[in-house]
Design a protein around this ligand. Structure first.
Ligand SMILES: [Zn+2]
Ligand SMILES: [Zn+2]
Length: 252
């Protein structure tokens, strides 16, 4: 399995990265299967560096903040009007309301993502199975309905926090994971609002308790000092970690 960091800027696109988007690829039954986790602002452009969007088999959206989903509105345009013909309809898993919200985001009279995608609601179907991928969504702690994900592929596990404040649900998502892709939007030196985001130290604490094998810190906003986030991580975690950047690839 290959994880490519397509976009990792927190909260809004930064000068060096689009907002959240992660591409997972795995070979299975004679072909490569691809799923995309989140498709935030600018990510549809960056995704084309790593694959033809036509070859994506499914999309999993953690929550309906624009930095995690808004490029679905542009995906609908690409999928319908590509000169080589429309894309096949692919499954898209999102929180309830995703279909309506992303239809609205297409603008008055704009493209409806439901025409290019088969929408599923995490609250009704918390498990997405596509090719070799099994993605289990779990409700985390954020101002809107938001899910973290535990992604399993042929014995390998990637945990993804999505956006969340501290919650024990992260332990279920990350337990013994080969890779734990965890947000760290806040720094310990500030007063942070509750139920919103993690600091690097909180990401490190979860990783230690859950015994993850490698921590991947993501979703650091451009307005935040990444070096301070990293220092916070190191204060609570002595294991392997990366501060991910656009284009980083991790293979399991
Ligand atoms: Zn976010
Ligand atoms: Zn959010």
């Amino acid at each position: 399995m290959k994880l490519t960091i397509v976009g990792c800027a927190g909260s809004y696109p930064g000068p060096d990265s689009s907002a959240s988007c992660y591409l997972l690829e795995a070979d299975h039954e004679g072909r490569t299967w691809r799923i995309v986790i989140d498709l935030g602002n600018g990510a549809l452009g960056q995704l084309q560096r790593y694959c033809d969007p036509r070859d994506v088999d499914a999309i999993a959206i953690s929550h309906l903040h624009p930095d995690h989903c808004i490029d679905m509105a542009s995906f609908a345009v690409l999928a319908k009007y590509h000169p080589d013909g429309s894309y096949r309809k692919i499954p898209v898993y999102a929180p309830r309301g995703g279909e309506d919200y992303l239809g609205w985001a297409g603008g008055p009279g704009g493209e409806d993502p439901a025409e290019s995608s088969e929408f599923h609601v995490w609250e009704d179907e918390p498990v997405m199975e596509v090719g070799p991928f099994r993605v289990t969504a779990a409700l985390v702690d954020h101002p809107v309905t938001a899910f973290g994900m535990r992604i399993e592929v042929e014995g390998h596990v990637i945990g993804y926090s999505g956006d969340t404040g501290p919650t024990d649900v992260l332990l279920d998502i990350a337990r013994d994971a080969d890779l734990f892709l965890c947000e760290a939007s806040f720094v310990e030196s500030k007063e942070n609002p509750p139920h919103l985001h993690l600091t690097g130290a909180e990401a490190g604490q979860v990783s230690a308790t859950a015994a993850v094998k490698r921590l991947l810190i993501t979703h650091v906003p451009a307005w935040t000092d990444a070096a301070e986030v990293e220092a916070d991580v190191k204060s609570a975690w002595s294991g392997a970690y990366d501060m991910v950047r656009c284009g980083d690839v991790f293979t399991l």
